[in-house]
Design a protein around this ligand. Structure first.
Ligand code: KG4
Ligand code: ZN
Length: 356
């Protein structure tokens, strides 16, 4: 039956997401339950807590998405679910719930790679042709890759230590931004973006990591060390202890955001040179796609824009709601796989299925 319609389910980290999307890219129904507030209070994600919250919410979230779509589960063409990478306990909730639906309604099952879904989301909105360059920046990953097909990714670089979202979250926690009246309900990255607007980045000089490395990898741990030293110094100067807010939080936020943005931009620039040299991208108007939670940052987008402008490339980023984790990107990746026939599993046995 056409157009084909896929239910997508996401539970890899701290968002329970579900969506029903058709192959024209129309989002028929979607629902999302974010656990951010709870994890912010405990100072990080505790996997067992996240797992329980997914269990508590998955039924409601999936029902809401299906109900909003006006489609009955019988009419679905397939069910797509994130199976990796992510927190094992959390992934397990989405997987077992999906397999129950798969068996109940006799639907094909499509296992989804979370980062591939982030990379392909853009094609739901723009007719971006393969191959394109992708920069995936989230709380768990930092990846530069050439995407030449629905499941064809050529890795050019990745983080040697932590991911940029993780760094921003940890800096925000170290600065106690949860106690800042303007940032209480924001993720670390959002809080830093918000405060950076009011800050003067010149107040502390941070070194851009790896600027002399001749590859496309990233590193953020050293940057975080630099920031921690600045914070300690400022705390001593202002005579305050941990948990209290420095008067210069906005300046530090501006400096960190600037340095993260320029590190991302330098590595991306190198990847573009490499791709041009090797002929990996179209010669005219090649695309750079930036996605993942950190790609919702406007300042980072602006810096990436200068890189693509210089290289005569087009920068494309999904809107912020589709950059952070959601069910739509999983459903859409399901549609892409259904169209090409990759990874569409029929007659899956829920009891014995193991993701590859
Ligand atoms: O893609 P995502 O929702 O989940 C993962 O797969 O990790 O990304 C979450 C990350 C968090 O670290 C969060 O602080 C960061 O994305 N983030 C941002 C912004 N919004 C979310 N970082 C910078 N600026 C933002 N506006
Ligand atoms: Zn993600």
């Amino acid at each position: 039956k056409y157009p084909r319609v896929v239910l997508g389910i996401e539970t890899s980290c701290d968002d329970t997401g579900a969506a029903v999307v058709d192959e024209n890219g129309t989002i028929l129904g979607e629902a999302l339950h974010c656990q951010k507030d709870i994890h912010l209070k405990s100072g990080g994600i505790i996997p067992t807590v996240a797992q329980q919250l997914h269990r508590d919410n998955i039924n409601k979230v999936v029902d809401q998405a299906i109900h909003a779509s006006g489609i009955s589960p019988d009419e679905l063409s397939a069910i797509a679910t994130t199976v990796k990478p992510g927190l094992g306990l959390c992934l397990g909730v989405g997987l077992s719930y999906s397999l129950e639906l798969v068996n109940k309604y006799h639907k094909p099952f499509i296992p989804i790679h979370h980062m591939e879904a982030h990379a392909l989301t853009v094609r739901l909105l723009h007719p971006v042709e393969f191959p394109f360059l992708v920069l995936l920046i989230s709380g768990g990953h930092c990846i530069l890759a050439v995407v030449s097909g629905v499941s064809e990714f050529m890795m050019l670089g990745q983080s040697l230590d932590e991911a940029p979202g993780d760094t921003l979250d940890k800096v925000a926690r170290r600065l106690s931004l949860i106690n800042h009246p303007e940032c209480s309900a924001m993720s670390g990255g959002e809080a830093i973006e918000h405060l950076a607007l009011q800050g003067d980045r010149m107040i502390c000089k941070l070194k851009i990591p790896m600027s002399h490395h001749r590859d496309c990898n990233f590193s953020f741990a050293g940057l975080r060390n630099q920031v921690n030293k600045v914070i300690e110094q400022k705390e001593a100067e202002e005579g305050i202890c941990k948990g209290q807010l420095l008067t210069c939080v906005a300046d530090i936020a501006a400096a960190v955001q600037h340095t993260v943005a320029h590190h991302l931009a330098q590595r991306t620039q190198r990847a573009i040179y490499f791709c041009k040299k090797e002929g990996l991208l179209p010669t005219e108007r090649a695309c750079l796609v930036a996605s993942g939670g950190v790609a919702s940052n406007r300042s980072i987008r602006r810096v990436l824009q200068t890189v693509t402008d210089k290289s005569d490339m087009t920068l494309l980023c999904p809107p912020p709601m589709l950059c952070t984790d959601n069910g739509v990107m999983i459903a859409w990746n399901g549609i892409e796989k259904l169209r090409t026939g990759v990874d569409v599993l029929h007659n899956v046995d829920g009891a014995s299925y193991e993701p590859r």
